[in-house]
Design a protein around this ligand. Structure first.
Ligand code: SF4
Length: 316
């Protein structure tokens, strides 16, 4: 369950047949369970949240079916979710997997061949039911076995939302998010940063990916990455995410951003980072500022503040 209207309607169609439904949703740095939880509460079904962050990130580095318009590997991502859900199905004796996918709704992941690819890659072909489009798709095993009545499944196709809106009103579903374009991996700015990270750093882990979501990112001439908070929330998050070996930079005594840089930076890099953090602070260009650098050893660097435009080309 994503928590979108389609996933809610798929549940309703099954509940209408008195089929017991347990919700499952997934957690990674790129999407979380909040929407699904709201939807499950409204539908009155249970929801389990499975953290697939680490395995999803490994898949993301080299997806078998490639990426969509940005860094979204939708076919591999769906397959991974269904494989994970399938293992739970096997273990706990459920009869089928169901999704809210609608044939032809999304260009990459909901074409007929893409749905087939997902089935194959997940290893659960034959058990994946799409109640909203099932009558346009081959019969699944649970349908053949009479566990689901195919005649009461639907034949929705394409990008129009008219039938879904009508069904929402039929089922008295009032609260649902407007259809989004996918997770953060589909957003151009985030995708650019992620592409850059994967291309320039080995052993990218969840920590590095989490950092991408906060502040502005700059690459210093030696290759080091500096993250500079844009708003207070970024600053707090950077302080929270800083590891023991990282450096945190702040201008002393004036409002301004927090900067975070991986440690083992040379003196010149720390000085440049101090200039950048000061340039984004409230200190006027040309005035003196003291930047507090905290890490394993705290220190202070006093500089004359430069204009932030000077550092624009370092932005990722
Ligand atoms: S939009 Fe994001 S969450 Fe949805 S299938 Fe694609 S990669 Fe996965």
């Amino acid at each position: 369950m994503s928590g979108g209207l389609d996933s809610m309607l798929a549940v309703k169609v099954l509940l209408d047949q008195s089929i017991e439904v347990a919700g499952i949703t997934f957690q990674t740095p790129f999407f979380g369970p909040e929407g699904a939880q709201k939807a499950a509460d409204q539908l009155g079904i249970s929801l389990r949240v499975v953290d697939i962050g680490a395995i999803h990130l490994e898949m993301l580095k080299n997806p078998q079916y490639g990426y969509g318009s940005q860094m979204n590997p939708c076919i591999d991502c769906h397959s991974l979710m269904l494989r994970t859900a399938g293992r739970i199905m096997d273990k706990e004796g459920f009869d089928l997997l169901s999704t809210g996918e609608v044939l032809g709704q999304r260009p990459m992941s909901q074409r007929k061949d893409a749905l087939r690819a997902v089935e194959k890659l997940s290893g659960y072909g034959g058990y994946i039911l799409r109640p909203l489009s099932a009558r346009l798709l081959p019969e699944t095993i649970p349908e053949r076995e009479g566990k689901v009545d195919r005649r009461r499944l639907l034949d929705i196709h394409g990008r129009s939302r008219k039938r879904q809106m009508a069904l929402a009103s039929h089922y008295s579903i009032q609260e649902y998010p407007s259809p989004g374009g996918g997770c953060i991996l589909t957003k151009a700015g985030f995708a650019d940063r992620l592409r850059d990270l994967l291309a320039t750093q080995e052993n990218v882990g969840l920590h590095e990916v989490e950092l991408l979501k906060w502040g502005r990112h700059l690459r210093l001439p030696g290759g080091k990455r500096l993250v500079v908070g844009r708003v207070h929330r970024d600053n707090l998050k950077l302080q929270e995410l800083a590891r023991e070996e990282d450096l945190l930079l702040r201008v002393k005594g004036v409002p301004g951003p927090t900067g975070l840089m991986a440690a083992k930076a040379g003196e010149q890099e720390v000085e440049l980072a101090s200039h950048i953090v000061a340039a984004y602070s409230d200190v006027e260009t040309g005035k003196e500022a003291t930047v507090e650098v905290s890490g394993k050893e705290d220190r202070k660097i006093t500089i004359a503040v430069r204009a932030k435009e000077e550092f624009r080309e370092l932005l990722i």
